[in-house]
Ligand binder design. Structure first.
Ligand SMILES: [Zn+2]
Ligand SMILES: [Zn+2]
Length: 267
């Protein structure tokens, strides 16, 4: 080995380094999976009622409360719970470009707390739990989510990324794609411009135009795209994303959201 010319020696060392790095990456990945499986059994407080639970998940009682929000007649397009008649007020206001939405739960107590903790209080472990809830909802969906679906998250604004240091939708999308064994293309969709924070807008203002805020970085001719977000309120963001994806050739766009905000006249 000592007789190798310097160039061969540096190539050999680079090869060894690459092998070492890839083995270290595999070991770190395996350790992460083992740790997270181990953590599933560790006694913890329920993040919602502070009762006894395990692995940082909500306790069985809080889970039952969440599931109580599942039944009910829903809009076949945007998954809004229809309580006041056959016509969906959000779809009537928006004329959505997306084809349908699969939501795990309504955005209501206690699940809204879980999303708040995940987005604003560094409770990153909730991503795994919420991706699990959404994966279960996707498996139950009728018609089923197609196996050719490409999964991607709604991109965060730069301001939100700076504040949180991560894109909540991205964390959920990555884990959802892995659970459902679907292709994950996080960089395909881009967001330009900051716009007003949706939080400060009423329901009517949120349905305002967001056209042009999102662009697709490549052609997706004939593709089925699953767009992941944590909360869907009026569908205006998903509508703008679906417009961009369909301009790039997408055949169908499905919203995959953890929580759907129920309609309130004053919201
Ligand atoms: Zn609880
Ligand atoms: Zn609707």
């Amino acid at each position: 080995m000592a007789d190798l010319p310097p160039r061969c020696e540096s190539r050999r060392l680079a090869g060894l380094f690459r092998q070492g790095a890839s083995r270290a990456g595999r070991l770190a990945g395996a350790a992460r999976v083992r740790f997270s499986r181990l953590f599933d059994h560790v006694p913890t407080d329920c993040p919602l009622c502070l009762g006894a639970s395990r692995g940082g998940r909500p306790c069985p009682g809080c889970l039952a409360d969440m599931r109580a929000f599942l039944p009910g007649r829903r809009c076949p397009v945007c998954a809004l719970r229809l309580e006041h008649g056959p016509r969906c007020p959000d779809c009537a206001a928006l004329g959505p470009a997306f084809d349908r939405v699969v939501a795990a739960f309504d955005y209501a107590p206690p699940l809204d707390q879980l999303i708040w903790q995940f987005k604003n209080a560094s409770r990153f472990q909730h991503a795994r739990f919420m991706a699990g809830l959404l994966a279960d909802a996707a498996r139950r969906a009728t018609p089923p989510i197609e196996a050719i679906t490409i999964v991607l998250p709604v991109p965060s604004s730069r301001r939100a990324l700076r504040r949180r240091g991560f894109n909540p939708a991205g964390e959920i999308a990555r884990q959802l794609a892995s659970r459902l064994e679907l292709a994950y293309r996080p960089g395909l969709l881009r967001r330009s411009g900051e716009g007003a924070s949706q939080k400060q807008l009423g329901r009517a203002a949120r349905t305002g135009p967001q056209a042009g805020r999102y662009t697709c970085g490549g052609r997706v001719d004939g593709a089925v795209v699953g767009v992941v977000d944590d909360v869907l309120t009026t569908g205006a963001t998903l509508h703008a994303v679906a417009q961009a994806l369909k301009r790039a050739g997408a055949a169908r766009v499905v919203g995959l959201v953890v929580a759907r905000t129920p309609y309130r006249q004053d919201s």
